[in-house]
Design a protein around this ligand. Sequence first.
Ligand code: SF4
Length: 344
Amino acid sequence: MTKKVKIGNVVIGGGERIKIQSMTKSLTQDKEETLKQIKNLERAGCDICRIAIPDEESARLIKYYKERTTLPIVADIHFDYRLAILSIKEGADKIRINPGNISKDKIKEIIKCAKDYGIPIRIGVNAGSLEKDILEKYGRPTPDALFESIKRNVEFFLENDFDNLVLSAKSSNVLDTIKVYRLIHKHFDFPLHIGVTEAGPSYIGVTKSAIGISSLLMEGIGDTIRVSLSAPPEEEVYVAKEILKAVSLLKGPEIISCPMCGRAEFDVERVAKELMERLINFEKPVKIAIMGCVVNGPGEAKEADVGVTGSRGVGVIFKHGKIIKRVREKELLDELIKIICEEL
Ligand code: SF4
């Protein structure tokens, strides 16, 4: 089992619930947009929020954001060790550094400051920015190359008497990601932050992330997860939750829906999307079906605890395949949620 590490008021590792992390995508200096994204993450059920710190102004805004959210704030630092130190002093709950782009002397200063303030550091190795000598040795960022970088850096932190660590080694290649995390898990007991980096847009990113993350979770590897998507941050959280539910690490409703065909008289896609948004923080493990036609829908979705379909403005609610109610279509989801809350 991995060690426990505290990020603000959130504990990761040591068998705790797997935490969901995401990252704001606005310019960190843009207070209005960044705060909006943080609030959206909070509402979506995110556990930990990371923000990029590209300059001093961004580091100085950490306090501003922390005062306005319940989420722990992780400062993401590249290149400039002074920004890491400033972020810690401004209240970051954890910092993530990419050791491939900060010199060892400077990392020592970051370690000293993190020790003084009692906050953890994530060593975030990335296939795109491996140390030069390691890259030359392996020719490309193979799992072994990524692992060598992690090993070298962990040893350096331990030599400097710092073990409040979280590790990650991300690649945009799913199989490489799985292999390198297996290696890290075998050799170290620090909590692991897992994900496939630069996974891609919409369904490409969702597919790669789901395969990479769920494969590792099923082997008991991973303490925090991030789904990297070229999409609004809250969508990363929605996908992360679905991955956790799919591998039984999170309780919640399971929404199934038919693919629709020439018999469909009901807008399955729109209703499913609205229902997903309304149930995002529900914990009841109920199976809900959204089907395209009244003739076949209820029967095809017998396995579901409850379901909906409809035709010509009339919404139909069924339980285990049997129709129990007809309502006006615009009242359908209110009625469905009432049944889920009160009767199931
Ligand atoms: Fe087609 Fe109806 Fe089956 Fe959906 S439930 S796939 S609309 S037959």
